[in-house]
Design a protein around this ligand. Structure first.
Ligand SMILES: *[C@@H]1O[C@H](CO)[C@@H](O)[C@H](O)[C@H]1NC(C)=O
Ligand SMILES: *[C@@H]1O[C@H](CO)[C@@H](O)[C@H](O)[C@H]1NC(C)=O
Length: 407
């Protein structure tokens, strides 16, 4: 409340230097979503919300009093709430239990990487008012799949709603996210980072956010990923794999990527991301070596056997002869029988280019105009594997903008 702070400020003005929040160890108490700070010897109390704050290292923290952050064994990284609170960075490692919103799952020897074989479980406990847990992979780099199968390392989510399947993930997934629905289970949910014996320096920094049932940020039920905003990007897991032998999407996928239909928006145009689109906005990535070097859909695949396709789009589906469609686009129920992207209101897409016209070797943008929920479904089996998808989307207005002539 501002009057409390005003009182406090005027008292401060009369006193000497303002002590830094880091040095304050005054009496405090807290509720589930706010903290109260009292500076001895003054009777005034300052209550502030436990909101998200930005830490000095650029991650997300939660605004707590100094004492609360110490009690939670968090790292104090800067101040918040006008200096009454500290930005508290909470990290959790194997075999710990997370109880707090905006916490991070990190490797056992964080900030060092995990090089050994290990099974690293983490529990997430939550209150009854929590319906979803969102995991943001700020950093996610574990060994990638071989031919689409996570054979060495894997990340598994256990214990969410039984009707919400979360895919098992491996490989490079910086800036990807997933939702876990937990409204029908008491929890805790368990995450497992399983690292294999093949040597590799694994790194992960996974942000855990709890979403209340009445929150407007809740994703529609059944969506593993949920994107908001008029424009954005979506891509298959492991798309930015640097190791050519471990490229390709993950087999056994069957999930929905949903978009929020933004206000006054009636259409969505999807197009394959190409290098000239510039660095990834979502990931902030700058490193062009992460983007596949081949940019054209006529270039032949590096590895026909695995049908990794043409570098920027490749969803391997078998032809009637049992061979994968590699270079050409395919669309439709009869052609895309194995692995495919399905866009409700349009079609199924597979092959080596993203195009409604089967046989084309060029990718094309496609626009969906139907009403109803906006989503892309991705399904993959174990028969063939491909490069994956990395797609821009752009929502468009409901009525064409018509220049009006005034007389
Ligand atoms: C968790 O933190 C996020 C980000 O600050 C916030 O939007 C959300 O409401 C919080 N959840 C709960 C249950 O307080
Ligand atoms: C992008 O590259 C520039 C210079 O090459 C560098 O200064 C900047 O930090 C990079 N940004 C990111 C997000 O990596």
């Amino acid at each position: 409340m501002w009057w409390e702070i005003t009182l406090w400020s005027s008292l401060l003005a009369a006193s000497t230097a303002i002590p830094s929040a880091r040095q304050r160890r005054d009496s405090i108490y807290s509720t589930s979503s706010s903290s109260v700070y009292r500076a001895f010897p003054y009777p005034q109390l300052v209550r502030f919300a436990n909101d998200e704050c930005q830490t000095e290292s650029g991650s997300a923290g939660t605004c707590y009093t100094y004492q609360e952050c110490e009690d939670l064994k968090g790292q104090i990284e800067g101040e918040c709430a006008d200096g009454y609170g500290v930005c508290c960075f909470l990290t959790y490692q194997c075999r710990e239990t997370v109880h707090h919103n905006v916490s991070y799952f990190v490797p056992p020897s964080y900030p060092n990487k995990e090089v050994q074989a290990n099974v690293c479980p983490l529990k997430i406990a939550y209150e009854a008012n929590i319906c979803q847990i969102r995991l943001d992979f700020t950093r996610f780099d574990i060994l990638g799949p071989k031919d689409g199968d996570c054979r060495d390392d894997l990340f598994v989510v256990m214990g969410g709603n039984s009707n919400h399947k979360v895919p098992t993930i491996c490989g490079e997934n910086d800036n990807q996210h997933i939702y876990i629905n937990v409204d029908t289970v008491e929890g805790p949910v368990e995450l497992q980072m399983i690292t294999g014996i093949t040597p590799y320096a694994r790194d992960w920094l996974i942000k855990i956010s709890m979403i209340a049932c009445d929150s407007s940020y809740k994703a529609p039920v059944g969506c593993v990923q949920y994107l908001t905003g008029i424009t954005g990007q979506l891509r298959s897991f492991n798309f930015y794999q640097r190791d050519e032998d471990r490229q390709g999407y993950l087999n056994g996928a069957d999930y929905a990527i949903c978009l929020r239909r933004e206000r006054d928006m009636c259409t969505v145009t999807y197009s394959v991301r190409i290098e000239k689109d510039g660095p990834d906005i979502e990931s902030g990535a700058n490193d062009t070596s992460r983007v596949s070097s081949s940019g054209t859909s006529t270039e032949s695949s590096r590895d026909h056997e695995h049908a990794l396709g043409t570098g920027i789009f490749g969803i391997a589906t078998s032809t009637s002869e049992g061979k994968p469609i590699e270079l050409q686009a395919a669309a439709g129920l009869s052609k895309c029988t194995g692995d495919y992207l399905a866009i409700p209101g349009l079609d199924r897409f597979c092959g080596g280019a993203f195009n409604l016209n089967s046989g084309s070797r060029e990718s094309q943008s496609v626009t969906v105009k139907n009403s109803g929920p906006l989503m892309i479904l991705f399904k993959s089996d174990k028969a063939f594997n491909g490069r994956g998808f990395n797609i821009n989307y752009q929502q468009g207005p409901c009525t064409p903008v018509v220049a009006q002539a005034f007389v």
